[in-house]
Design a protein around this ligand. Structure first.
Ligand code: ASP
Length: 329
């Protein structure tokens, strides 16, 4: 159903393009989003409930999707009890908390920052990079320097925060680092929003995998991997072992599947299946995708059970369990 209806709304169904992805991909895509006055926001994991509440303060008042996702994920970055987003997150294996974030709007404007230290809101830095520079991404020391020159300040508290430092010191005794395993050491926030004027935006922010190799950057700040938005089609975001999303240009692939008529859930299913195919014999690797199209249809899919997302609209404010391929043994 959704495939036909989606194509119909995009004005493609009559042209018979639903059955020919190559032709479909070649079509011009300057299509007006058909859904208005029906704002909607979705975001990964349980912390998405509070983040959505932040976004809703803007969306519910007719505000802009870009402002909404920016404000929404900043709520999670602000929460120093969150161990996978912001400066309350777990450090790399050398004891430094390094943050990754990106933001993208309806018109494909985007900004990203990676390997950033000591700044509370990497999402604000990503947005400022988008708005004030001709670039998309800054990293590491250079990103911090640019941020400090542009009005950001260093956090005035200890990082890692004391309970995280304690946990790190315990971990350091054995220093067990398993890149392939991502059971408890993840939970990026990725958020997608559609505002009342039918415009979309997305944001993604994380402290990355706990105890990662210093300098490691995952998918979350990589446009096309951890986040992708095309205002003509929809958006996608990801969480889990970021290397898998980078290898497959995961979020961009989801949006391209939707462009060819897949529903958000079908598109997420496809990419997770592709990731599994590219990682034969790899177990305990969690990867979850979340997508929304410009009709306001949403869906998610993950490798393992347990991936869920928060959804807020005029009518609903709830958690949704995504479908999955495998269960944890
Ligand atoms: N995707 C993030 C990363 O690889 C972590 C996560 O979402 O669990 O850095």
């Amino acid at each position: 159903m959704s495939r036909r209806r989606f194509l119909k709304n995009l004005g493609l169904a009559g042209a018979g393009l639903a059955i020919n992805p190559l032709k479909s991909a070649a079509q011009p895509t300057n299509l007006t989003p058909p859904i208005k006055n029906n704002p909607l926001v979705i975001s990964t994991w349980i912390h998405g409930m509070e983040a959505n509440a932040g976004a809703w303060e803007i969306l519910g008042n007719g505000g802009d999707a870009l402002d909404a996702v920016n404000k929404g994920v900043a709520v999670t970055e602000n929460d120093l009890t969150n161990r996978s987003v912001g400066l309350g997150g777990r450090p790399d294996r050398d004891g430094y908390v390094t943050l990754d974030a990106c933001i993208m709007d309806h018109d494909s404007r985007c900004g990203a920052v990676a390997f950033l230290e000591e700044i509370i809101h990497p999402i604000d830095v990503a947005r400022a990079i988008m708005e004030k520079t001709p670039h998309v991404m800054l990293v590491g020391e250079g990103a911090q320097q640019w941020a400090l020159e542009n009005g950001f300040t260093k956090a005035k508290f200890e990082v890692p925060v004391p309970p995280v430092q304690k946990e790190f010191e315990e971990w350091r005794i054995k220093s067990e680092y398993k890149t392939g395993v991502n059971v408890e050491n993840h939970d990026t926030i990725g958020m997608l929003a559609l505002d009342a004027s039918g415009r979309m935006a997305g944001a993604c922010t994380t402290s990355g995998m706990a105890y990662k190799v210093r300098g490691r950057v995952g998918d979350s700040p990589i446009i096309g991997a951890g986040l992708f938005i095309d205002g003509d089609v929809g958006g996608a975001t990801a969480t889990g072992v970021g290397e898998a999303m980078i290898r497959t240009a995961g979020s961009a692939s989801v949006v391209e599947s939707m462009r060819r008529g897949a529903s958000p859930e079908e598109a997420c299913y496809d990419i997770v299946q592709r990731i599994l195919k590219k990682h034969p014999g790899v177990n305990e690797m969690q990867v979850g995708f979340l997508a929304m199209n410009v009709l306001g249809e949403v869906g998610g899919y993950s490798v393992y059970d347990g991936f869920n997302y928060a959804l807020r609209s005029k009518e609903e404010n709830k958690m949704v369990n995504a479908k999955y391929f495998r269960t944890w043994e």
